[in-house]
Design a protein around this ligand. Structure first.
Ligand code: DX5
Ligand code: ZN
Length: 215
């Protein structure tokens, strides 16, 4: 069992509401929202007003992935906009544990993400604080890239550490997920799987149904 988290990065931004309805019809209830600042990553996407607008039109869980520098500056605004999960990057701030505490103080679930080159053990010192860990399986910044195979190796040690401590932290993976690798990803131990282009480059309803059945 896993949760499919479609990323709207490849959706039609001029028709977001209908794109979300298509996902809903496919059985989706977890939406991944990619926020990019042009600084932490070499791309700019969407931000607070769009999260706010989405939270008004859907009751899906809003999983907001902050690819922004010094995310502590905007936690309050993203929390008030209606985020259910806020994911920060450990590489983007000096003290990730403090930012995680700030997120939780706003009543939002907290996650920390690691880029492909960052060892998974980096999050272990504050693992107990986290609701979810996000393993990036592409360099953050763009949809439609290929899955970096070495990222598979981060899943098992993270799962092992979560179990050793008796936690129920979720493991999420993001980037390059396709029909041909999702089964292995879930078998390795991921609970939440982000899929962007592989859902929006076709019929989102049918593709979401297929992805949900696959793993
Ligand atoms: C990349 C984003 C991902 C990405 C996923 O920076 O965090 O969520 O859009 O898209 P695909 O599935 O196309 O790799
Ligand atoms: Zn993402």
């Amino acid at each position: 069992m896993y949760t499919l988290a479609p990323s709207i990065l490849t959706a039609d931004f001029a028709n977001l509401q209908s794109e979300i309805e298509k996902l809903k019809a496919g059985g989706v209830d977890f939406l991944h929202v990619d926020v990019m600042d042009g600084l932490f990553v070499p791309n700019i996407s969407i931000g607070i007003p769009v999260v706010k607008a989405l939270s008004k039109i859907t009751d899906m869980t809003l999983d907001v992935h902050l690819m922004i520098d010094r995310p502590e500056r905007y936690i309050k605004q993203f929390a008030e906009a209606g985020s259910d999960y806020l994911t920060i990057h450990c590489e983007a701030t000096e003290d990730p544990a403090e930012v995680v505490k700030l997120i939780k103080a706003h009543g939002v679930k907290a996650a920390v993400s690691v880029k492909p080159a960052t060892p998974i053990e980096t999050v272990f010192p504050y693992l107990d604080l986290l609701d979810m860990v996000l393993i990036m399986s592409v360099e953050p910044g763009f949809g439609g890239q290929s899955f970096i195979e070495s990222c598979f190796e981060k899943i098992a040690p993270l799962k092992k550490e979560i179990e050793r401590r008796g936690l129920n932290t979720l493991i999420e993976i993001d980037g390059g997920v396709k029909k041909d690798n999702i089964k292995r990803i879930v078998d390795e131990g991921c609970n939440v799987v982000v899929v962007g282009s592989a859902i929006f480059n076709g019929d989102p309803t049918e593709l979401a149904k297929e992805f949900i059945k696959l793993a």
